[in-house]
Ligand binder design. Structure first.
Ligand code: C5P
Length: 218
């Protein structure tokens, strides 16, 4: 029997990460944060001083990403880079290089490797459409741009980082547009995805909804 997979795709700051890690914890499953792979590739590009427009060079860095996930932390060559991966410039570069087909191709095997017993919750943009098209449950998570900007704003403020709500919103809308309009694995719901708009839902309520769907498909 195949190891079960739940995919959670959606736009920037829709709450995919939180929902997915809570789901994985509730089910005792592994969790793949695929955005972290694109972010880690972006960080590798910055550290190597590589040309981000050179598709082959970026893909080569992605193909031998010395990445490990341990206890909710991301290690690159054994060094904890979790906080650096969240930096704006890293997110922005991740969004740019993720449009390059060779970079996406270089990360496929690595992502498939996360499918291990007893199960996997995978979050990103193309988990249900490209990486795990046979997943037993596919969720497409959305929230209004205003809500998403508000959440991101609160997150930054709580970390003591000052931020401007309007520019955060403009930034996430630009990122969504780039993710949706690219030709390689654009952001869109899989045909058989269940849509969840969590604009007015608590994290607990969202988790409960997906767990109810999961019961449903068993
Ligand atoms: O989800 P997160 O914001 O960490 O992802 C960083 C960037 O990586 C996104 O802006 C998106 O462009 C890209 N990404 C992707 N495919 C995925 C996950 C992330 O293209 N499966």
């Amino acid at each position: 029997q195949q190891v079960p997979v739940i995919t959670v795709d959606g736009p920037t700051a829709s709450g995919k990460g939180t929902l997915s890690s809570e789901l994985a914890a509730a089910l005792g499953y592994h969790h793949l944060d695929s955005g972290a792979l694109y972010r880690a590739t972006a960080l590798a590009v910055l550290e190597a001083g590589a040309d981000a427009g050179n598709e082959a060079a970026v893909a080569a860095l992605a193909a031998r990403l010395p990445i490990r996930f341990e206890l909710q932390r991301v290690l690159l060559e054994g060094i904890d880079v979790s906080d650096r991966l969240r930096e704006e410039r890293v997110g922005l570069l991740a969004s740019q290089i993720s449009a390059l087909p060779a970079v996406r191709a270089a990360l496929v095997e690595l992502q498939l490797g996360f499918r291990r017993a007893p199960g996997l919750v995978a979050d990103g943009r193309d988990m249900g459409t490209v990486i795990f098209p046979g997943a037993a449950l596919k969720v497409f998570l959305t929230a209004s741009a205003a809500q998403r900007a508000e959440r991101r704003h609160k997150q930054l403020i709580s970390k003591g980082i000052s931020a401007n709500l309007d520019s955060l919103r403009a930034d996430l809308e630009a990122r969504d547009a780039r993710d949706m309009q690219r030709s390689a694995a654009p952001l869109r719901p899989a045909q058989d995805a269940r849509l969840l708009d969590n604009s007015a839902l608590s994290i607990e309520a969202s988790v409960e909804q997906v767990l109810a769907w999961w019961e449903d498909v068993q």
